[in-house]
Write a protein that binds this ligand. Structure first.
Ligand SMILES: [Mn+2]
Length: 192
């Protein structure tokens, strides 16, 4: 595949100005300028972000449904499993969510498909295994948005699914209890 790289024409004067003002190196100043992060407030948010800088998570479609379902799982002490991915963001998101839910008092397990035997994303054999182990709620991270058939299968076996993903959906969304993905066509979350 032939790729054509298009490199930004950088405003070098602006780069110099930011380097001086914020005592940052050339690379960082170039990144800020190329991304249009040049106001004082934007630069602070980028270099020293706080929780106050995040948008309200409830701006994400289905967030409320997902939160309520997870709260119910905690109250009922349900068996919950996180279905992740074997790559860097898949493993990171699995770890972050597992720790968070454990801190909230939920005994939560995880499933990461084998890269060679299973490949990326949900698969029916794994769903079946999860159901047989007595889980009642599965939360996907970094996958699931295109797992239409697998989620239909999970539903048919009584396993409820919350999808959290950042990949592109196909034509239809999976029939999960909640589908949290900013790439949903109807998403109005600001993101940047
Ligand atoms: Mn991934």
């Amino acid at each position: 595949m032939n790729k054509k790289w298009q490199i930004y024409e950088t405003d070098e004067d602006k780069v110099e100005e930011l380097k001086e003002k914020y005592k940052i190196n050339n690379l960082l100043a170039t990144i800020l300028v190329n991304r249009g992060i040049t106001s004082e407030e934007k630069i602070r948010q980028f270099l020293e972000p706080t929780r106050q800088d995040f948008y309200d998570p409830y701006l994400m479609k289905d967030m409320e449904i997902a939160v309520e379902r997870i709260v119910k799982a905690i109250e009922r002490k349900e068996k919950v499993i996180i279905y992740g991915d074997y790559d860097v963001d898949g493993i990171t998101s699995t770890t972050v969510l597992k720790k968070f839910l454990k801190d909230l008092g939920l005994e939560v397990s995880y499933y990461i498909p084998n890269r060679l035997n299973e490949g990326y994303g949900l698969n029916k054999t794994a769903v079946e295994k999860i159901v047989n182990e007595g889980y009642s709620l599965m939360i996907t991270v970094d996958c699931g948005i295109t797992g239409i058939e697998e989620i239909d299968y999970a539903n048919s076996l009584g396993l409820e699914v919350i999808v959290t993903d950042h990949h592109e959906p196909v034509e239809e969304l999976p029939k999960a209890l909640a589908v949290i993905d900013n790439k949903r066509k109807d998403s109005t979350y600001p993101l940047y």
